[in-house]
Design a protein around this ligand. Structure first.
Ligand SMILES: Nc1ncnc2c1ncn2[C@@H]1O[C@H](COP(=O)(O)OP(=O)(O)OP(=O)(O)O)[C@@H](O)[C@H]1O
Ligand SMILES: [Mg+2]
Length: 384
């Protein structure tokens, strides 16, 4: 595959015409293609033969790599470096005499490398290559940092919005109660109090999700890896949902082999709870949820199928992003933070697993998870 090409600006400053011409020739058709880089790097070369014109050109043209002769007729290389305040380029100093003093002084001024005259085209290319790779890596890291900051900012903006709206709703109800808009009888306000409590509960759930997510994301979640019977854990977790499901006459069917796994119990519980909560929440009244857990050598598979509202093909890709809630006529009335599946994804990534979703809009969905290497060998753990 052809990589996109980026051009770095190289500026050669030397009073010897031959040096400039040789440098230009040597770098004109030179390109760097490193396996680990996503771009091909080539060079655009310009030459200057005195200090004054070089300083001006550095300010206006912003080179990426400066190849600078130490001894120029009007000023020396160090003076040039000193006169540029904001150095976004890397400097290779060339000297006719390899003097340690010059090297030390130039390093203090931020020079990246040295070449002593005479040098071969290969030596020049090698030095330029080193500088180009260093620049490229530093810039990529900076871009990545910027992107991270942007993601963080978006996350906090959405979070602030998600916290503000229930607060505004609760405040609205409290003001209506304060103004006694429905008279003096307490019962007249039951509906408002009920709605306020619901909003508070979903806010609490959102805060709990944020705490889980941040712990997982920052790698600060303390994990207690132990051996336990997966069937016990999943049965217990599912039992916690029976009442919730029964209210809408939804049946939970569990088919789980009994075997030992080595993992953090709260991780697996969180994972199962989130899938199960979705499978019930986005189901139809009177529907069903099937959970099937199997082992395959050291790997385990968990499959959650439901007879619910389903997900359209175009929405499937977004599901695991933060705060994603699919909006349609079925989901309008359903509360949620849109963080459950982000949490699940982080857990599955931690165990080096994968998630597959198949869904038919209006019919139901199947979420399948594979977790690698967590099942214990048969016979292990039986004594606990
Ligand atoms: N089993 C499912 N059937 C249909 N849609 C689903 C199912 N599971 C998830 N979704 C859709 O994916 C979205 C994201 O799910 P996720 O669990 O991340 O958030 P949530 O359920 O909205 O909120 P939370 O889990 O934090 O309470 C949901 O809002 C819903 O639209
Ligand atoms: Mg959910």
């Amino acid at each position: 595959m052809n990589k996109p090409e980026i051009k770095l600006k190289v500026m050669i400053v030397d009073d010897e015409h031959g040096m400039c011409a040789g440098g230009e020739r040597c770098l004109k058709n030179y390109a760097i293609e490193e396996k680990e880089f996503s771009d091909k790097i080539s060079f655009e070369v310009k030459s200057y033969n005195n200090g004054k014109s070089a300083v001006e050109a550095i300010r206006t043209e912003q080179p990426d790599i400066l190849i600078l002769d130490y001894k120029l007729p009007d000023m020396n290389g160090l003076e040039i470096l000193e006169s540029i305040e904001d150095k976004k380029f890397l400097t290779i100093i060339i000297t006719a005499f390899a003097s340690l003093d010059v090297a030390i002084a130039a390093t203090k001024k931020g020079a990246f490398d040295f070449l002593s005259k005479p040098f071969t085209p290969e030596e020049l290319r090698e030095s330029v290559k080193k500088a180009a790779k260093s620049l490229y890596t530093a810039r990529k890291m900076k871009a990545l940092e910027e992107e991270k900051k942007q993601v963080r900012f978006e996350f906090i903006s959405i979070l602030a919005h998600e916290l503000k709206s229930p607060l505004a709703a609760i405040e609205g109800y409290l003001r209506l109660i304060d103004e006694r808009v429905k008279g003096e009888s307490l019962e007249s306000y039951d509906q408002m109090v009920k709605r306020s409590i619901e909003r508070i509960n979903s806010m609490r759930k959102l805060i709990a999700d944020i705490i889980d997510l941040t712990k997982l994301e920052s790698g600060r979640k303390k994990r207690n890896i132990e051996t336990f019977d997966i069937k016990d854990l999943i049965t217990r977790t599912a039992e916690g949902f029976y009442n919730y499901a029964a209210k809408r006459n939804i049946k939970i069917n569990l088919s789980c082999e009994s075997f030992y796994v080595k993992a953090d119990q709260t991780d697996i519980e969180m994972l199962v709870s989130n899938f199960l909560s979705n499978a019930i929440k986005y189901n139809r009244d009177g529907g069903s949820v099937n959970i099937e857990v199997k082992r395959n050598d050291k790997n385990i598979s968990l499959v959650f199928s439901d007879t619910g509202i389903g997900i359209k093909e175009e929405d499937l890709k977004k599901l695991f992003n933060d705060f994603v809630r699919i909006k349609n006529e079925h989901t309008r009335e359903i509360e949620g933070s849109g963080l459950g599946l982000s949490i699940v994804k982080k857990i599955v990534d931690y165990y080096g697993g994968n998630i597959d979703v198949k869904s038919e809009y209006g019919k139901g969905s199947v979420f399948s998870v594979n977790l690698a290497n967590i099942a214990e060998e048969v016979g292990v753990g039986k004594s606990i």
